[in-house]
Design a protein around this ligand. Structure first.
Ligand SMILES: [Zn+2]
Length: 758
């Protein structure tokens, strides 16, 4: 057992993992000297402990305390370089665009004309009378730092975050909850699942319902030579194909290989990148998609296919939609050869039916009826396959009329998972909006550009709005029926007020990793003092090289239309100061940028929102292991006059890390609502190099916030439950028979279990 891994996962749940049993904890014990020292170290970086955890620590070896401290320091970035380009950057240097221009000119012509100035280690000559060099830790012209720092501030935070105890049992419960979740897992949850599967066996009793989760589990099992255990996770041939696809691409949704190669090319289709990058990316993707399998892989798949719980006809029909891909896969995996071996009779029968095409397809019959405008037959066929009916519900409504189609659909809603009905409701708003193309993120986390359905033009705005409402009612009425049917002894219920802002998770998920504690998208963080300090740290573990990441924010004002940026091209603006643009990283320790926001100044200038972003200016995407977040404290937060260090782990309110395979150019990671004094944690990938991608008007941000708010929240659903079951809502969780806290909502399976009508 790797206690380091387990400590890391526990910390995400605001807990410390100890290999103890709860019964053996002596709740009367006195804290030992090492435990007291441990508590003091944790306090410096912003954590305190529950009673139970404190007492449990007394029975733990001192080495383990040291290990936990180290793990927390790692996660909080205590040992990284937090120096800024500008010393004491809370006082602006007053550098101008003119300074940059003159310096550029002087360096371009210094061979021919002698200029007075200072030559820096990077080779740049900074002419006299331009940048105030005494204020910089590096070159103000090219953004190369010459100094690093080996300290951070500690203990300036005004709120300690409480850590609780996690035992082995608690972690196993987390694993089970992640596996059973009926909503898609976010980046942090996926990573935790992977880490836990390395330490624990796959529990027999758990039913993995999400395709994406199943793929992740299978991949882990295959990597550990436990492929046979995965057999029960394959329900159809499509599941097998999906896994083969996932193995190659890391994606759950099967696309035509052509499309993926084209996408790879497009990813690099950017003005700053040379054309051969595009060609290389496309070539690399082609190479990756080549079907080459060794004997072991062939046997593995043959065994899985042979054990599928479908008849040969059902299986062959299932394979029909991707017939072309299957033909190639069957050949590459030599399945025909295996089907002649003893014990592979089922595989042999399946291949026989598949090649003779001795099956009719349901899809073919639907297409025919639809083409003939035969509503009765189409709807009758769709009712046979509720899941597929749901998938084409909107288009069918537009084709045959809302009333008629929804009447048919209602007959099958109880056969569908509640999650699916909910995601239909969330998707309806965008689908029935006829305005232009839009980017939609599917349940599998992929982004698609979708053209609006042409039939939308046939309907009036009122018609379209009525369709959206009707779709939303499907879920609400299904849930009301479900809750009312549940018997309960409880009389009272407590709902954490925070849960009213947390949308029930279906589509939009964060892709970043949250190591310090996981927050749910939509969480609102109250601002305590007068300052919010954004930070960005990148380049840890990499050699010195040019690597330009940018921390920026865009400020939107009340009188719409105007906005200001605080970014590398504008270091100071109303209510914001930037610590200087760094474009090269030093050796191994990474580098940092900050932005300080002043709430009083923003309020005075009638600022409405401040949108936080980080962007990759250099080629490729955001750098792996890049950490971004914000600090806040009721007390003043220091900025060092010598090194510009301005980081204090105890003040960190929220931070996220970019995982290895994130290729987006930029990320919105929070929005400050100035008048409300709250920061809303949300995440939106940006395709652009700078903060300008956020848009010119605050409407974009308002639309984003509205979308979060318009989604059904966990709190609203719980209210429905209370109403349907006649429970009284109470203010205090200790007075309630049923209590739903923010901590509870962090376990996806617990939430989905309650909120699904399955
Ligand atoms: Zn330079």
């Amino acid at each position: 057992m790797n206690s380091k891994t387990l400590t890391k996962v526990a910390l995400r749940y605001r807990a410390v993992f100890l290999d103890v049993s709860r019964e053996s904890i002596d709740m009367q014990s006195q804290a030992t000297a090492p435990v007291m020292a441990f508590v003091a170290r944790l306090k410096e970086v912003g954590f305190c402990l529950t009673e139970e955890l404190l007492h449990a620590l007394n029975g733990v070896p001192v080495d383990r305390l040291a290990q936990v401290t180290e793990c927390i320091n790692d996660v909080m970035g205590v040992h990284l370089n937090w120096a800024a380009l500008v010393k004491g950057w809370d006082v602006p240097t007053g550098e101008t665009a003119g300074d940059h221009l003159i310096t550029w000119f002087v360096n371009a012509f210094s061979d021919t004309v002698p200029f007075r100035g200072t030559t820096l280690p990077c080779g740049h000559l900074i002419p006299e009378g331009t940048f105030p060099l005494e204020r910089y830790n590096g070159c103000p012209f090219c953004g190369t730092p010459f100094e690093t720092a080996d300290f951070v501030y500690k203990g300036q935070g005004s709120k300690l975050k409480e850590l609780r105890l996690f035992t082995l049992g608690d972690l196993q419960q987390v694993l089970a909850s992640l596996l059973a979740s009926a909503t898609p897992l976010d980046g942090t949850q996926r990573d935790s699942l992977e880490l836990l599967l390395r330490e624990f066996p796959l529990p027999d009793s758990v039913n993995v319902t999400m395709k994406e989760t199943a793929m992740l589990v299978i991949k882990q099992l295959v990597a550990q030579d436990r492929a046979a255990e995965a057999t029960r996770l394959f329900k159809t041939p499509t599941d097998v194909l999906r896994y083969l696809w996932y193995e190659k691409t890391g994606r759950v949704q099967i696309l035509e290989p052509k499309t993926l190669v084209a996408n790879a090319r497009r990813l690099y289709a950017h003005i700053w990148e040379p054309l051969d990058w595009q060609a290389d990316a496309a070539k690399a993707m082609k190479e990756k998609l080549k079907l080459k399998y060794d004997r072991k892989a062939c046997l593995r798949v043959a065994l899985w296919m042979n054990a599928l719980p479908l008849t040969a006809r059902q299986a062959a029909e299932n394979m029909n939609a991707k017939r072309g891909m299957w033909v190639r896969v069957i050949r590459a995996l030599r399945l025909a050869e295996y089907s002649h071996k003893r014990g592979f009779d089922r595989l042999a029968e399946l291949l026989d039916v598949f090649y003779r095409q001795d099956y009719s397809t349901w899809q073919g019959r639907v297409d025919k009826a639809r083409k003939e405008n035969d509503a009765d037959t189409t709807l009758a066929l769709l009712r046979e396959r509720p899941g597929l009916f749901a998938r084409c519900l909107f288009a069918t409504m537009l084709r045959f009329g809302s009333e008629r189609v929804l009447t048919a659909f209602r007959e099958v809603t109880d056969k569908l998972p509640a999650r699916l009905l909910l995601s239909l409701g969330n998707a309806a708003d965008a689908y029935f909006d006829p305005k232009g193309t839009r980017i939609a993120r599917t349940i599998t986390g992929m982004t698609h550009k979708m053209e609006p359905n042409q039939l939308l033009a046939l309907y009036s705005d009122d018609d379209r709005r009525a369709m959206v409402t009707a779709v939303n009612d499907l879920y609400l009425s299904a849930m009301a029926r479900h809750f009312a049917a549940q018997k309960t002894e409880a009389k009272t219920m407590y709902i954490d007020p925070q849960l009213r802002n947390i949308p029930v998770s279906v589509g939009d998920r964060s892709a970043t990793l949250q190591d310090a504690s996981c927050a749910l998208m939509g969480t609102r963080f109250p601002v305590e003092g007068d300052a919010v300090r954004l930070f960005l740290q990148w380049g840890q573990g990499l050699h010195a090289q040019p690597l330009d990441m940018d921390l920026s924010c865009r400020i939107f004002f009340e009188d719409d239309g105007e906005n200001e940026d605080c970014a590398y091209y504008n270091l100071t603006c109303t209510g914001a100061k930037h610590s200087g643009d760094i474009r090269h990283i030093p050796e191994m320790v990474g580098t940092a940028e900050y932005i300080e926001l002043s709430l009083p100044e923003l309020e005075k200038a009638e600022a409405k929102y401040v949108v936080f972003t980080c962007n990759a200016y250099s080629t490729g995407g955001l750098s792996p292991n890049l950490v971004v977040g914000w600090m806040n404290s009721a007390y003043k937060m220091k900025v060092s006059e010598k090194k510009g260090v301005a980081y204090d782990p105890s003040c960190v309110q929220h931070m996220v890390r970019i995982s290895e395979n994130d290729l987006s150019r930029g990320l919105v990671f929070g929005v400050l609502d100035v008048s409300q004094r709250v920061i809303i944690w949300l995440e939106m990938p940006l395709g652009t190099q700078t903060v300008r991608g956020v848009g010119e008007s605050s409407e974009t941000i308002e639309a984003l916030l509205r979308r979060l708010e318009s989604k059904l929240s966990v709190g609203e659903l719980l209210e429905m439950k209370a109403k349907a079951q006649n429970l009284k809502l109470v203010e205090n969780k200790d007075d309630a028979d049923e209590a739903y806290t923010y901590q509870w909502a962090l376990n996806p399976a617990d939430v989905t279990q309650l909120l699904s009508a399955e």
